[in-house]
Design a binder for this molecule. Structure first.
Ligand code: PBG
Length: 331
């Protein structure tokens, strides 16, 4: 039945009708707020901190304050990134029991036992002096490469140290092959069989990580991340990555970035059936903030539209620097 019997506008005629048939909703409890926690002697956030308040490097006390706000607004989780003062070739600070993420996780679980869950990013790039996510090996003629298998053991140590500090979920973001299995194995044998793994399964080599790398001080000192992060042109490969992570024991899967990758959020959801998280990354946040500051976008409308689109694509969980704002707007 087509027009004139069918009139699509009938169900759009009032807010009541639109509300009655709305297909996708957003809940504060599905939102995750990233937090950058810095060691005391790290210099304050460079320049952008007013334009990009959610990317500020925080001391533990300020991170606790934001987590408290997150709790009051009913957010599901915070996602911790560490900004250490000491870096070395292996990134040993990443598994230091007294490291900044470990201290913060402990403080958060103690201060807010019923607060948002604590997810920790498991990676080495913030802790290595070369800024890569794995162990760097010199090969021939001054070339270097990332040693996949040597990196797995280090990542597993990081994950266990996070679990020991109280992390509710660990999230490996390095894109080494086999890391989900390595983490699962080590967590299980250390007594953390119940700690879920949120795998950054389809993580692309993206231009949209720029503001994050400034905030976390994790830009690679040479080369780029294209030998481990995915080519933005590939979708079948993204599904393979996701299926492998399922086989290795991932509990939740992530697609990252989010805005230009809605097709993959839908594909990963459809092909795996696992809970899917979308990471609305720093550059995506920066675009909206810049447009809002320039007066060309309504920030509230734009953000809620973006987050709804990610939920519509299939994201169960959404990691966003706008999480506190969005939760306020939803209430
Ligand atoms: C660490 C990591 C990065 C992001 C999350 N975890 C940076 C990168 O891979 O270069 C980016 C998040 C963002 O841009 O918001 N590997």
């Amino acid at each position: 039945m087509a027009y004139p019997k069918t009139r699509m506008r009938r169900l759009r005629a009032s807010a009541g009708l639109r509300g009655l048939v709305r297909e996708t909703g957003l809940r504060a409890e599905q939102l995750v707020l990233p937090l950058f926690v810095a060691e005391a002697d790290v210099s304050p956030t460079p320049g952008g901190d007013v334009a990009l308040p959610a990317l500020a490097r925080l001391p533990i006390s300020a991170a606790l304050e934001r987590a408290r706000e997150a709790a009051d607004l009913g957010l599901g989780a915070v996602l911790l990134f560490g900004v250490p003062s000491h870096k070395d070739p292996e990134g040993s600070g990443a598994w230091d029991e007294e490291g900044i993420v470990q201290l913060t996780a402990r403080a958060l679980k103690q201060a807010l036992p019923n607060g948002p869950l604590v997810i920790t990013d498991v990676c080495l790039c913030e802790y290595t002096n070369h800024g890569h996510c794995g162990v760097v090996r010199e090969t021939w003629a001054g070339q270097s490469s990332i040693d996949n298998d040597a990196t797995l053991e280090l990542l597993a140590r990081v994950a266990v140290s996070h679990a020991r500090a109280g992390a509710d979920i660990v999230a490996p973001s390095d894109m080494m092959d086999g890391r989900v299995g390595a983490l699962r194995h080590e967590l299980d044998s250390e007594g953390y069989a119940d700690t879920p793994i949120l795998a950054y399964s389809a993580k692309f080599a993206s231009a949209f990580y720029g503001p994050f790398r400034d905030a976390a001080g994790s830009a690679p000192a040479f080369g780029d991340r294209r030998t481990y992060q995915m080519d933005p042109a590939n979708s079948r490969e993204a599904v393979r990555e996701a299926l492998l992570d399922v086989q290795e024991g991932a509990d939740m899967l992530m697609v990252k970035p989010a805005l230009a990758y809605g097709d993959l959020i839908a594909a990963v959801k459809r092909e795996t059936g696992l809970p899917v998280a979308a990471y609305n990354v720093s550059g995506e946040y920066a675009m909206v903030r810049a447009a809002a500051d320039a007066g060309v976008l309504d920030e509230r409308e734009a953000v809620l539209e973006i987050l709804t689109s990610l939920a519509r694509a299939g994201a169960d969980t959404i990691i966003t620097y706008h999480a506190l704002d969005a939760a306020r707007w939803l209430h």
